[in-house]
Design a protein around this ligand. Structure first.
Ligand SMILES: *Cc1c(COP(=O)(O)O)cnc(C)c1O
Length: 403
């Protein structure tokens, strides 16, 4: 079914172009309407030319759209653009970041397999492994993110997957992804990296040696707090397994959300650069403030893994933590004294947000486990947005004065 719209200059047939160009143009296939911006296909199913054509589509003899749980042109546009930016063979979109992790494990692991996870991953990720995967016979162990020796010590003959989030939330710890990939591969283990915080603009896990990149698109890929979505990127052999799970079980991305995300990719680099600059400014400022004990941000020269962050990332991201003097009372007073910054645990938004991890994101963890993880009672997390940082500083200064 090639027509003139699918060939030549009305289509995006890109070779040897830069990341910025891929972000704006890749994956687009224009319809006969010759629309300039990417079309949004809000349709659940597709029609066939004849009974024979329908049968051929269902049997797979003819490749084409059948039903949007299987394929949708807008979702495919997002997947192809993300894969191009990631430098991956293929990407697969999911209904949320959590369903990306669900698809990853459902597609690659079976009962009796063992998975090693960094202990500082997103809270719902731990719940998914602990409450659900374990019930279906998957063994799970947790190790300190940075310590390659601990990953190697946790390895067992049935280990299938290493799962990491780097940099971590909220303490901005890192693992050397290339070193961990080498270690995993020498044992026949796959490495998956949750790259939601960096996005392909700031870190390309696959180029560093990881097998699969995992995304919550809800965060920076959307960037304005509108839609839930997720994605996986990697080699076709793995991605086809994910597709099989997703089209059967159903946590596929909605076409509307895919359209928001693929337009988000067009401005992702500019937004990440601004998020980066703002966060570094704010982190440096916070380090100098009275009542601030410590700032956790890999972009600071005082951060023990600053050199590694510079080596494997093209920017430091936009999430920072800091300890205030005075514990929980002081931290809550600071939050309540701000007027501009949003009090919410969400991140990856144009709007700056603040949260108190010990009583929110890490609230269900025991105090001992929290301290072991470095989450002190006076710790605050800021996900830095795109406002004028002078206004954010003034807001925080008001909060720090209230401490
Ligand atoms: C938010 C987040 C998730 C989960 O994504 P959802 O889109 O909310 O399901 C997973 N990993 C990280 C690092 C996140 O920040």
């Amino acid at each position: 079914m090639t027509n003139k719209w699918q060939a030549g200059r009305l289509n995006s047939d890109l070779h040897d172009v830069g990341l910025d160009t891929l972000a704006v143009r890749s994956g687009q296939r224009r319809t006969p309407e010759a629309e300039h911006s990417e079309a949004l296909f809000l349709t659940t199913s597709y029609v066939f030319e004849s009974a024979a054509d329908a049968a051929a589509h269902f049997s797979g003899a003819v490749k084409g759209n059948v039903y949007s749980r299987y394929t949708n042109p807008t979702v495919r546009n997002f997947e192809e653009r993300l894969a191009a930016m990631e430098g991956a063979e293929q990407a697969v979109a999911t209904s949320s970041g959590m369903s990306a992790i669900l698809a990853l494990v459902m597609a690659l692991c079976s009962a009796g397999d063992h998975v090693v996870v960094s202990q500082s991953v997103f809270g719902s990720t731990i719940s998914l492994f602990e409450k659900y995967f374990k019930r279906f016979g998957i063994e799970v162990d947790y190790v300190p993110l940075q310590d390659i020796g601990a990953w190697e010590a946790a390895y067992k003959p049935n280990t299938k997957l290493f799962f990491v989030e780097s940099p971590s939330n909220p303490l901005s710890e890192l693992v050397d992804i290339a070193a961990l990939a080498t270690s995993a591969h020498s044992r026949g283990v796959l490495l998956a990296v949750d790259n939601s915080f960096c996005t392909p603009v700031l870190q390309q896990p696959i180029k560093l040696g990881a097998d699969i990149a995992v995304y919550s698109a809800t965060k920076y890929i959307d960037g304005q707090g509108r839609c839930l979505g997720g994605a996986l990127a990697g080699r076709a052999e793995h991605m086809n397994e994910m597709v099989g799970f997703l089209r059967t079980a159903g946590p596929t991305m909605s076409p509307f959300n895919a359209w928001i995300f693929l337009k988000g990719l067009e401005t992702l680099k500019l937004r990440m650069q601004a998020h980066n600059e703002n966060t570094l400014l704010l982190a440096q400022w916070l380090e100098k403030q009275p009542n601030v004990e410590k700032v956790y941000f890999a972009g600071l020269e005082s951060h023990p893994q600053h050199a590694l962050a510079k080596k494997q990332q093209q920017g430091f991201g936009a999430v920072l933590g800091f300890d205030v003097v005075g514990g929980k009372e002081a931290a809550w007073r600071l939050i309540d004294a701000t007027r501009l910054i949003s009090i919410t645990a969400n991140l990856g938004d144009a709007k700056t947000t603040i949260t108190h991890p010990a009583t929110t994101t890490h609230g269900r963890v025991t105090p001992e486990a929290r301290l072991k993880a470095g989450i002190k009672d006076g710790l605050l997390r800021i996900a830095v947005g795109l406002e004028d940082m002078e206004d954010i500083k003034a807001d925080l200064a008001r909060g720090l004065a209230a401490v």
